[in-house]
Design a protein around this ligand. Structure first.
Ligand code: ARG
Length: 581
């Protein structure tokens, strides 16, 4: 569907060339939101400078050549030379009607499909997922869903931390507990924090255990079969746990999407070799390092990316370089989106810079770090338990679901719910509340995890949006109608109908923008704006009790498009919409 902004821009461009000649073809008409009309074109001001003519005169000349037919209802020159443009009601109605009749709500598939890796969640094996992982998981999943909807080829990639020296002590601790403990999901193993801490304590306090652990690391790295088998037992325990979290959150990641650090183990040496061959990796203080240009320390000294430590071991950066190389060579991706916490920004900048030096990244293959801001407690500090530990994700969700239940019992319902239905709805509301709160914040910004605010049915919250969708469904139920069978035709008379329809037309452009910038909070904001426009419409325009049959049919159609836009938009954010509330 042509977005209002794009169609108007094309018309103003045509007027420009008609008025001033072909050398102005393709000039930016500077279409902006307007206080006085739907949009305004500001091109007359910069153009007047170039032409050495008064801006108002330039604006008048553009307007004189503007083809308004079927699109523009009113045009006014105001102020120093702004061109205020009001869309024709019939045009808006026709576009809304097209959205109604299209399964994709008029949102086109991209003309330039790309192969995109969205790397997200990426928790660490044998460690509890923390609230930072919550955000990368939720945001990454939304980005993946949106790109798929837009028609891109998306590879979801869960880059779990499943390799490294801690596995020596973790395997030895597992052996001490007895492997069966893992098989029967005994708390000594399945409580990952406790398991890790117990292993750590023995490592620090028991010399014999520490020795065994170190030998175990060597065996693991040498590919010893029995050691690898034990390592896999640990990975499986963690996967079960990750999947329980993903399942509860409605996150689309599966085991097939896991490509952890261990996957790249055999690729580290060849990657390093290539960097050496290309003269990018050089020995410095016994370690093999790359020095990407532009990165300096406090004293202006070049900052290294350590590629191989002086003891011969590889590290986190080496794995990330091997990962990029593999994705380019084998997956042939042309875009990589890393949904990872903001504290790792410098790491990624430097790794990307080295990858560019190696020619793995460049014009055709882009990598970007979607920096995720911290989640704070109500005290404004990084969210921690009272004892100062990391907060368990499952406990946060439990808390949200509990509060959602209390909030749910206070709102108006069309019908009483039995205990099982209530529990299912409340779970969806609690999870939706957490996810929407997380997604509505700009990526890099921190936010306060305030359960009361996020589970409220008022304001910019998940529950408010879910409720808005449920209210529309309830109109159709009351009218004995199905939203999908609504045919319109849509006509716009009331200003609230017009404002709602115009909002609905922005769905495609918003999604396109979110696909480019990988910023789901813009979609979160948009969905809220739709619900808001709907509320004003609903307060001003009776639907089932509309004055005549034609108005009723039109309003039902507007309700149907609004419902589908809300449900689709929320689904792309991964927020469920219960049928009834
Ligand atoms: N496992 C890491 C963590 O929990 C995140 C991994 C980020 N991705 C990457 N390619 N380095 O902090």
């Amino acid at each position: 569907m042509p977005a209002p902004q794009a169609v108007l821009a094309a018309r103003v461009q045509d007027a420009l060339t008609a008025a001033f000649g072909p050398s102005y073809a393709g000039a930016d008409p500077v279409i902006r939101p307007s206080q006085f009309a739907d949009l305004q074109a500001n091109v007359a001001l910069p153009l007047a400078k170039r032409l050495g003519r008064p801006p108002r005169e330039v604006a008048d000349a553009i307007v004189a050549h503007l083809d308004t037919a079927g699109l523009i209802g009113d045009v006014q020159v105001s102020g120093p030379g702004f061109i205020n443009l009001t869309l024709d009601d019939g045009w808006i109605a026709a576009q809304a009607q097209r959205a109604l009749e299209d399964a994709r709500l008029g949102v086109p598939r991209t003309e330039r499909p790309r192969t995109v890796v969205v790397e997200y969640s990426s928790p660490n094996v044998a460690k509890e997922m923390h609230v930072g992982h919550l955000r990368t998981t939720i945001v990454g999943d939304a980005i993946a869903r949106i790109l798929v909807f837009l028609g891109h080829d998306v590879i979801r990639d869960n880059h779990v931390g499943d390799w490294g020296t801690p596995f020596g002590m973790l395997i030895e601790h597992l052996l001490d507990l007895g492997e069966e403990a893992a098989a029967r999901d005994d708390a000594s193993v399945s409580d990952l924090t406790a398991f890790y801490q117990a292993a750590r304590a023995k490592f620090d306090g028991d010399e014999g255990f520490a020795d065994r652990s170190r030998r175990r690391v060597v065996a693991l790295q040498a590919g010893d079969a029995e050691t690898l088998r034990l390592w896999r037992v640990l990975v499986e325990v963690s996967k079960r746990y990750f999947n329980s979290v993903y399942g509860r959150l409605g996150v689309t990641l599966t085991d097939d999407d896991i490509r952890g650090e261990s996957f790249y183990n055999d690729l580290l040496a060849p990657t390093v070799q290539e960097l050496e061959d290309k003269g990018i990796a050089v020995v410095s203080d016994g370690a093999l390092c790359a020095f990407p240009p532009g990165f300096t320390g406090r004293e202006g000294d070049p900052l290294p990316v350590i590629i191989r430590k002086s003891d011969g071991g590889y590290n986190y950066s080496t794995t990330d370089l091997a990962t990029i190389r593999y994705r380019v060579d084998t997956d042939h991706v042309d875009r990589m989106i890393y949904v990872v916490g903001a504290p790792q920004a410098l790491h990624f900048q430097m790794v990307f810079a080295v990858a560019r030096m190696a020619g793995w990244l460049g014009e055709e293959v882009e990598a970007e770090h979607a920096q995720i801001g911290n989640v704070l407690g109500t005290d404004g500090k990084i969210l921690r338990t009272r004892a100062g530990g990391t907060v368990k994700l499952s406990e946060l969700i439990d808390e949200a679901v509990e509060r959602a239940g209390a909030a749910f019992d206070e709102i108006k319902h069309d019908e009483p719910f039995d205990a099982a239905s209530r529990a299912a709805i409340v779970e969806a509301v609690g999870v939706g509340a957490v996810k929407y709160a997380d997604l509505s914040v700009a990526l890099g910004s921190e936010y306060v995890f305030d359960v009361d605010r996020m589970t409220s049915f008022h304001g910019k919250t998940g529950p408010y949006l879910q409720y808005a969708a449920a209210r529309i469904r309830s109109i159709f139920r009351k009218g004995g109608l199905a939203p999908d069978e609504t045919t319109g035709p849509i006509t716009l008379t009331d200003p609230a109908e017009r404002a709602l329809a115009l909002r609905l037309l922005d769905f495609g452009p918003v999604l396109e923008q979110v696909g480019e910038s990988a910023e789901p909070h813009r979609l979160a904001g948009y969905v809220y704006a739709v619900a808001d426009a709907y509320t004003t419409f609903y307060e001003n325009c009776p639907v089932l009790k509309a004055p005549d049959a034609a108005t009723r049919a039109s309003r039902l159609a507007l309700c149907a498009v609004t419902l589908r836009t809300l449900v689709t938009g929320l689904d792309l954010l991964g927020v469920p919409t219960p049928e009834r509330m």
